[in-house]
Design a protein around this ligand. Structure first.
Ligand SMILES: O=C(O)CCC(=O)C(=O)O
Ligand SMILES: [Fe+2]
Length: 257
């Protein structure tokens, strides 16, 4: 074992594991899990092996992990379906609209661990908007999650059994700015490390502002169309090669018209 930022990790790390080097904007470790929910409403072992083996590492010495992750993804997937249906209704599009639009979605589960802060309260996940359609966040009772509201950081205190629901960039683009992607960050303290998970819904096809919020309302599209994968490549590059000038930062405004 070696200690990185206060967290012990095995030398040989599984696929899907990531930690950012010291000095990065984000200072946490994470593991990714993905499962396709297309073929069957319930998770099966083959869902986890089918094309997603790269990001699904189940540690042999934690036999309960796989069971828990499968149940968690199933539960979060159903919750996402419900929320998408409520948002679709709220937008006046009918309950199944987003489900259809998002038919081929990818739903990664990111499990995060933030080491204790070294000096005082420190920013561990830099302020950002999620690239997703929506994200469901579960946090332990450490605290530190904040959302920017009216130019002030507001604590989102952990509540047992509650999830934080974030609107992401894709919903902002689809709704032509009717829904706004939430700016959030995570602070950590010297007392405790923090654990959380984020379950995102990401589209696989071309993303455009929907005609229901543009041509049908006589309003211009606020964004040009783009493929989610291309957007992700730019965002991931931000993390490994932080841009020197703020205007080079790849965020959803790069697609603004
Ligand atoms: O750890 C958290 O509570 C949030 C993580 C987050 O914002 C993200 O992964 O995008
Ligand atoms: Fe986030």
């Amino acid at each position: 074992m070696k200690v990185r930022g206060g967290v012990s990790v095995p030398q040989q790390m599984p696929t899907g594991y990531n930690v950012y080097p010291p000095g990065s904007w984000d200072l946490y470790e994470n593991l990714y899990y993905c499962a396709s929910r297309r073929s069957s409403p319930r998770q099966t072992t083959s869902d986890f092996n089918d094309g997603n083996a790269q990001c699904n590492a189940f540690l042999e010495d934690l036999p309960q992990l796989r069971f828990m992750i499968e149940r968690l993804i199933e539960y979060l997937g159903k919750t996402t379906d419900l929320i998408e249906s409520l948002i679709s209704q709220n937008l006046g599009l009918g309950g199944y609209f987003m489900k259809e639009l998002n038919r081929d979605k990818i739903e990664p589960l990111k499990v995060l661990c933030y080491p204790k802060a070294i000096t005082e309260e420190e920013i561990r996940a830099w302020q950002h908007q999620d690239s997703s359609c929506i994200t469901l966040v579960g946090q332990d009772d450490t605290g530190g999650y904040q959302v920017l509201k009216d130019a002030k950081w507001v604590d989102i205190k952990p509540t047992k059994g509650a999830l934080v629901i974030n609107v992401g960039d894709i919903l902002q683009v689809w709704s032509n700015n009717r829904f706004k992607s939430a700016t959030h960050r995570v602070l950590n303290n010297r007392e405790r490390r923090r654990c959380s998970f984020a379950f995102a819904t990401n589209p696989k096809k071309l993303v455009s502002s929907l005609p229901q919020f543009t041509s049908e309302m006589n309003r211009p599209a606020a964004y040009q169309s783009f493929f989610y994968e291309d957007y992700m490549v730019k965002r991931v590059r931000n993390k490994t090669h932080p841009p020197a000038k703020p205007e080079d930062f790849a965020d959803i405004p790069i697609y603004a018209l």
